[in-house]
Design a protein around this ligand. Structure first.
Ligand code: NAD
Length: 353
């Protein structure tokens, strides 16, 4: 293998606030194919740790490492709320996939994953496609998302956003369904598109935005009545529900006062700039459904390939519907204990880890 893989020591990474006593963190680099990034294994539960691989033009190596540390911790939480016996992990590759992604680079990354001998199972995330995963599977046994089995996790991430959004509207707005609700969606990629598809079956009014005009044009072909807002305004639209489905850090202290929705529930990972924002959001009467609960459908789908009896779509759907029960129980618990929903779900994770 021509890629240099280095295990980072806790002293090298404990300076970052996202470090949470991670089990193992690796740096990899192969300049011949332009590959560089990190694999973060947050917890080792059961036989393996799992989480997708993000391919993104991070501003710096430190940004990439921090994103991986935080995303891998969220993966542990996703596995716990989903009833999956795995630890969380994440791969991040630095660079613009539209510019530097080649078959040679993907195969070199797959070799890195293979060298970890099954400790890390991965699949697609932002910047990766189902097709990329099929290429990497030729080099490593440790990729999830076979085209003819679980395939693309995005429709299932969209489904878990949809079912938790419906339940959030029932709990927080006393709505038996989403008819008549206005929903704003930021990011109309794979997860956003799936959400548009599901919401278009209800009598909802949708507005949205994507920085990529091609994605907006594509959404119009699916739903000609879909309305668009400028990217910088869509999060603050006067809607009932805001669904962040692009990148993270959508809610920050510097923009908190601008949100007008009653519920925030979407597919993006790491929606809050810092976890302490959850209390400030609740103080404004807004129900924030923790991202790792709302979007857990993706990992539920791909990790079903790991079950001893093979992939079963019925089990995937049943586990996604069970997220609604977790949301309902935690909402009740939060009300009883006078804490935020985010705190209650976090306590659920700590109790069941
Ligand atoms: P994607 O790359 O298909 O879509 C993301 C979209 O967001 C793109 O169309 C992009 O142009 C757009 N975007 C980026 N920055 C934007 C901005 N500032 N404003 C508006 N639009 C912007 O990715 P995806 O698979 O749909 O994932 C979306 C989010 O959901 C990510 O945070 C991802 O980590 C998370 N997620 C995805 C899955 C999955 O199965 N795909 C599962 C769980 C969580």
């Amino acid at each position: 293998m021509n890629t240099l893989v280095t295990k980072l020591s806790p002293s090298e990474i404990s300076i970052f606030p996202e470090y949470d006593n991670h089990a193992e963190v690796y740096r990899f680099e192969n300049s011949a194919v332009g590959l560089r990034g990190y694999i973060s294994i947050h917890r080792k539960r059961g036989k393996l740790s799992t989480g997708g691989t993000r391919f993104f033009p991070f501003q710096s190596d430190a940004d990439a490492l921090r994103d991986g540390l935080r995303l891998s911790a969220a993966m542990t939480a996703k596995c716990v709320v989903s009833g999956l016996p795995y630890g969380g992990a994440k791969g991040v590759i630095i660079g613009d996939p539209k510019v530097i992604k080649t078959e040679a680079l993907l195969l070199a990354y797959a070799e890195v994953v293979e060298s970890l001998d099954g400790a890390f199972r991965t699949g697609e995330d932002v910047g990766m496609t189902e097709g990329d995963v099929q290429i990497m599977m030729t080099q490593s046994r440790f990729f999830n998302g076979k085209s003819d089995v679980a395939g693309d996790p995005s429709p299932y991430a969209s489904l878990s956003v949809y079912v938790t959004m419906k339940e959030a509207a029932r709990l927080h707005m006393q709505k038996e369904n989403l008819d008549g609700c206005a929903v704003s969606i930021k990011g109309l990629g794979k997860v956003g598109e799936g959400l548009v598809d599901l919401l278009s079956r209800e009598d909802t009014r949708m507005v949205g935005a994507d920085i990529d005009p091609a994605r907006e044009a594509h959404i119009l072909t699916l739903d000609p009545s879909f309305s668009f807002l400028p990217v910088e305004e869509v999060a603050y639209a006067p809607c009932d529900i805001f669904a962040p489905c692009a990148m993270g850090k959508e809610v920050r202290f510097d923009n908190l006062s601008r949100f007008q929705s009653k519920i925030i529930c979407g597919g993006a990972n790491n929606q809050l700039e810092t976890p302490s924002l959850a209390a400030a959001i609740a103080d404004r009467g807004v129900l924030y459904v923790p991202d790792y609960l709302a979007n857990a459908g993706g990992v539920i789908n791909v990790s079903d390939e790991l079950e001893e009896d093979g992939y079963h779509k019925e089990r995937v759907i049943s586990r996604i519907n069970n997220l609604v029960m977790v949301l309902r129980d935690c909402y009740t618990d939060a009300q009883l204990r006078k804490i935020t929903l985010a705190e209650s779900v976090s306590d659920f994770v700590q109790t069941h880890i």
